[in-house]
Structure formats: structure tokens, C-alpha cells
Write a protein that binds this ligand. Sequence first.
Ligand code: PMV
Length: 333
Amino acid sequence: MKSTFLATANIALVKYWGKRDERLNLPTNGSISATMDEQLKTVTTVAFSEKLKEDEAWLDGKKAEGKELQRISEHLDLLRHPAKVSWKAKVVSENAFPAAAGFASSASGYAALTLAAAKALGLKLDTAQLSMMARRGSGSACRSLYGGFVEWQRGEKHDGSDSFALQLAPASHWKEFRNVIATVKKERKKVSSRQGMQRTVRTSRLFLKRLDEVPKTLQEVKETIREKDGAKLFAAVMRDSNNMHACMLDSRPPIIYLNDTSRTVMESVEALNDAAGEIAAGYSFDAGPNAHVFTEERHAEAVRKMLAEIEGVEGVQVCRLGEGPRELKKHLF
Ligand code: PMV
């Protein structure tokens, strides 16, 4: 009745931004991500018990309440349903992300929660089914079910039964691949990705153009991963991130996640590439100002140094590809 799983964050190379079904978290387009190593991990223990009257959850030592607890409870319901049980659960979850980094831990969080709850309930689900379950908690979580490079297929069906993630290549495929992460000081309260996506889908005309482009980008990115062609991949990644942020700006009212520090990172990466005479690195930003600069081992130290010198950058860390989630024998309670 008790199980513990570790899962790590993933960062999209081709972004998911837009839902065609808000309840089921069905995306308007497919996406591709890189799963990160255990520097960006969440460990979650779930225990079901007949004795508990309500679900309870402790996230990084803080008791979850209100909407936060409701979201976790609803996710547990998705797993209780096929297990045909009504037992309540105690959930304890710890993030090992760098302090105050402000990373979205929802992907690793919902991946670990799904895996631990399914195991604790003795559910026999394959990885694609688990990925679909994780998707319901947080869209991007469906990609954290695998290590290495991962594709979340958009799917066509209304019930979401063909919208799940699959591994494109394991971490061992491209050992030199790096994500140099710059944590950037935040100035404003952020619009949640859920709200932001809704606003873009409803109000941006540019977004329609994005939807025409994404299938081509997915194809191109898959090829560059297969060929381990850094220059082409980093160029495509920068274009896709900029395209998503352009759609955000085209929304009404505009959504702005990038700040001056993010823009300095963009310029610095462009300058580094000019000086190198090749596309040695490519930046990407999610729903916040933190920068993910993808590169290869031979350029990682130069990228790290460059980012560390930028005003407004609070911390830099060099991540590798991760192997994906795993079960832990040691429980958190
Ligand atoms: O699944 P969510 O709500 O965490 O949305 C993720 C959205 C982005 O991080 C901006 C893009 C992505 O594909 O991860």
C-alpha cells in the first residue's frame, strides 16, 4: 500500500503551449523534450490506508490545502477508479531543485505521484498508460515518464487515448548533450501556464500560424536528435521558443514571461555563436524568465561562465540528460 518514486523534470525543445481539451489536458500540438538528470528531481511517497478519512499531502514540508490539495486528490481519484478502491492516501513529496530556483516542478511532481500511487495500488499499467495518467495531472508530466529525448504525441481522439509520450532516444544516445540552466531573478507574479495557454488559444491569431509550423519543427528536431546534429537542433530550439513567446505576446492581454535578463541571455548566446563561428548553443524559455541553454560538453564551460557573468542571473547549473524515473526502496515516511 506504500510506494516511493523518483522522477526528474523535462524541458521542452519543441514546446507544448495550448490545450484542445482543458479537462483532459489534450494538447493542440505535439512536443519534444529532454529529461534532466537528478539535480532536478522530485521524490514522492504515497501510502493508501483504510484508516485515513481524507487525503493529506506534504510538499517540501508544507501541508497542502485548498486548491493544491484538491488537485492532488483529483489525481489520486483517477488512479483509485481503475483500482476500484476508495482508500484515502498520505502523500509526501520533496523537490531537490536548487533553492528558490522557481522551476516548475509540476512535471516531475505529477510523474512521481502517478508512478508511486499506481504501484501502491497494485495497478498493472504499461508506460504509455501511466504517461496518459500523468498527463491528466499536468500536461508536461507525461514526458517525465521516460529518460533521454521524449515525444508527446498530440493524438487525434476526443477521449485522449492516443495522447501520450514515447521515448525517442535514451540518455546514452547523446552523452555530450547539456542544458546549462540560468536561474533568473523574477520581478512579477507569473500567469500560470494553464491560464496563459487558454488566453493564447482564445485570442492569438499568430498561434494559428504556429500550429502550421510545429509539425515541421517536430520532424526537423527528431532528425537532428537522431543525427546528433547540435547546430541544427539548437537553431530549431531557439526558433521554437521565440515562436511560443511571440504567440504569448500576441495574446490579449499580452503574456510576458521574459525579462531584461532573459533578453541579455538571448543576445549573449547569439554573440557566443557568432564568435564560435557555429551554432554552439541554443536558448529556450518556458513560462518564466529562467534560461535553458542547450549545448554540448565541449562548449558547456564557456556557456556556464558567460551566463554566470550576466546581471540578474542568480545561479547556473550544468545538467545532463537523465535516465528517467525509478522506484526507491527508502520511503519518505
Ligand atoms: O504542463 P504544464 O502546465 O507545466 O505546461 C508546460 C508549458 C511549457 O513548460 C511552457 C512548455 C512545455 O512543453 O513544457
